[in-house]
Design a protein around this ligand. Sequence first.
Ligand SMILES: Cc1cc2nc3c(=O)[nH]c(=O)nc-3n(C[C@H](O)[C@H](O)[C@H](O)COP(=O)(O)O)c2cc1C
Length: 174
Amino acid sequence: MNHYKIITAEQFRKNAFELIGKDWMLITAGNEEKANTMTASWGGLGVMYGKNVAFVVIRPQRYTKEFIDRESTFSLCFFDKDYRKTLNYLGTVSGRTENKIEKSGLTLAYYNGTPYFDEANYALICKKLFKQPLNLEGLLDERLVKTWYPNGDIHTLYIAEITEILRIRHNPVL
Ligand SMILES: Cc1cc2nc3c(=O)[nH]c(=O)nc-3n(C[C@H](O)[C@H](O)[C@H](O)COP(=O)(O)O)c2cc1C
């Protein structure tokens, strides 16, 4: 079991463009009985309603969406580059068809009931504040509609308060 330290948003000195867009993240939700996770490379970190927030967008067919909708919280986990293959697997196979968390070899851990992964470097614990399917009438560039929504599987946007940032320490000195 690894140890974590709760750090402040000011101590979280990471570039969100790299962290999310290039290195990817796992979005994980559920409870101690059953949880699911999926890889995401779209989203953001920012400020809203006077709170530090995360934005994520989830397509309707994702199994993880059922867990996010059921629970009031979820986590965003960020990993070393060594986990790229694992993140690719978790982003191409659905938890509906395989027990992919078990197969991935990652270890589920819980922070006040919110699932995250022990192997991550950081886990952001997120509490849902807002949820709404994107309205395609609001997409100002028609090409984006054609490129990203040829099947009409429109993302739902979630805005969530980042209630805790866990800095996970691996192999702490014995
Ligand atoms: C690099 C990468 C980024 C992804 N980003 C997103 C995303 O932002 N939103 C989304 O809905 N799906 C995204 N996906 C797709 C899901 O991770 C994928 O469909 C996954 O298998 C869903 O698993 P689930 O059905 O168990 O939830 C991404 C996949 C990869 C590989």
